[in-house]
Design a protein around this ligand. Structure first.
Ligand SMILES: [Mg+2]
Length: 207
């Protein structure tokens, strides 16, 4: 039987963004030593599993395509991310990265990318591979591209605050201060469903 998923953006949701001197902005970590889990990340993943959802990472990682790091460095960054989660007793059920970028400088990784968010490509691949129920699923991200990806796939979005990039966002998506709060909201909707079910018992026939 299909199960629902919580699709997760990585940087700014599970992993702390790092100040990049080249761009002057906070960006994805580009080496293993720079990976730091955000507070509550592992707890949130464990809660997601307890609730019966698959945890599926959907992440754009264009650092190599843009010439910022080697592909090997980005992969060891990923391995460190998984190792830190594991050390805290948490895991992801699947991971999907989009490595290309439309404005990249590296051949074969530059140009239109089917799998980059906001496109829903990787959500549909995950649906097939893990036998997921998309209408019962959620996506938690910190960018409007995450919201657009969720909406394109028919998944409910929750937009969390990026502490280092405060901004006014015009979006009708649900908001939460962080991932743990988003997961608490997901849990509360499940409780609401069961309460609604209990509140409407079958009518007893009258004779
Ligand atoms: Mg992000």
């Amino acid at each position: 039987m299909s199960r629902p998923a919580v699709f997760l953006d990585r940087d700014g949701v599970l992993v702390e963004e790092v100040f990049n001197r080249q761009t002057g902005e906070r960006d994805a970590p580009l080496c293993a030593d720079d990976v730091k889990l955000l507070d509550g990340a592992a707890s949130a993943l464990k809660r997601i599993a307890q609730l019966g959802f698959a945890s599926v990472l959907i992440s754009n990682q264009a650092g190599y395509a843009k010439g910022k790091a080697t592909l090997r460095a980005l992969w060891t960054t990923h391995e460190q991310f998984i190792a830190l989660l594991s050390a805290d007793g948490a895991k992801l059920d699947a991971v999907f990265y989009a490595w290309g970028h439309p404005d990249g400088v590296v051949p074969h990784f530059s140009g239109p990318s089917l799998d980059r968010k906001p496109g829903p490509y990787n959500i549909f691949v995950a649906e097939a591979q893990l036998d997921l129920d998309l209408p019962r699923s959620w996506l938690v991200g910190d960018q409007l591209t995450d919201v657009a990806c969720a909406q394109a796939a028919g998944v409910r979005p929750i937009l969390i605050d990026n502490q280092h990039k405060p901004r006014i966002i015009t979006s009708s998506a649900l908001r939460a201060p962080n991932l743990l709060a988003a997961v608490q909201h997901i849990a509360s909707t499940m409780n609401c469903s069961s309460e609604a079910h209990r509140a409407k018992p079958h009518k007893q026939p009258r004779y």
